[in-house]
Design a protein around this ligand. Sequence first.
Ligand code: USQ
Length: 392
Amino acid sequence: MRVIILGGDGYLGWPTAMHFAARGHDVVVVDNYLRRLIARQTSSEALMPNPNLQKRAELFEAISGHKIRVEIADCTDYRFMQRLFEEFRPEAVVHYAEQPSAPYSMIGYDEAHQTLNNNLNATFNVIWAVLEHAPDCHIIKLGTMGEYGAPNVDIPEGWIEIEHRGRKGTFLFPRQAGSLYHTTKVLDTDLLWFYVRTFGLRVTDLMQGPVYGLSTPESDLDERLLPNFHYDDIFGTLVNRFLVQAVAGVPLTVYGKGGQVRGYLNLNDTLQCVDLAMNNPVDRGELRVLNQFTETFSVNELADRMVRVGRQLGLDVQAKSIPNPRKEPEEHYYNPDHSGLLELGLEPHYMTDEVLAEMLEQVRKYKDLIDVDMIMPRVVWNEASKEESGVV
Ligand code: USQ
């Protein structure tokens, strides 16, 4: 298939590009290096150095024989998007081109505005480029489980049937995100749904939980092909941060009570899910929502596992609760459905002790590159914790 991957330099975008190219698809990646820029501006660089996209594509082609076309461009530039979609006529577009950090979006006006503008305008331009130049193209959009928040009822996959005063209807599940970043994803979903029901686009919205992992079969070909692995408070996701903290001997940063439950998945399962979505497209006029995670854990459960497995490897691992920089429930009900991707054929890689030990050993190789100054939270949007921690 002809596939465009927007945000192809990212933690998920680059491994996805290699995964599809290795399976014989015709792949174009687009990125404007926004994440690299923000990482430099906020001192949040990835653990290992990552060559730029052009260099990674050249290297991947030299090693594997599979070509990935690179476009360094901004998805919020509609003229560029028009030219690309008109010329390439994609059959699928995977849209990762968003500012993905919740903490970054909560720093202040400029960061919130940049997140809102980038994310909404990129999504809007994808919609219009498809409408005008490739109306049959399947849009695979990375949403987030964070769109739902942590409601006190079971979370379906996108749609809920409501009975109200004796009549029934089906609606998108009410969403209440905990950061401006997560809120932009709610708005993305609404934009997509409007254009699906009005102009018959075909869209899959993948509501993904936090992803963990350092490598994929393709990135194992050469360490310069590894995904950008962040462990800072801005771009690092929980498990990846805990892996680095365990190796560095820094107490695991449990935010608040640690009862926050999320649905997690291995990076290799993200690739499987996106692949399954692409190979099982929806009909025109359909918005399919799939909850993309394989198992749920609380922060405390993950900390306990990391302590146990880390100690078995001889690491000095401890967990410590610190004031929660985020405004979020720290003890709550959480029961989201996630059968859609399993029905499509997902074979989960669960987080076993062996998987954790393997990831810890991988991080250990880069121990000397860890900068411990990036670990403690620097962005606080919980007023009570601000006073407690003295962070301004
Ligand atoms: N947390 C800690 N300690 C830490 C870091 C995080 O206790 O050192 C807690 C957070 O407070 C939160 C949970 O762990 O309750 C998950 O945090 P996270 O940073 O792994 O995830 P989040 O900020 O929600 O964002 C990440 C990705 C985002 C994606 C989202 C899926 O950065 O792009 O959309 O995971 S979800 O969490 O389901 O919304």
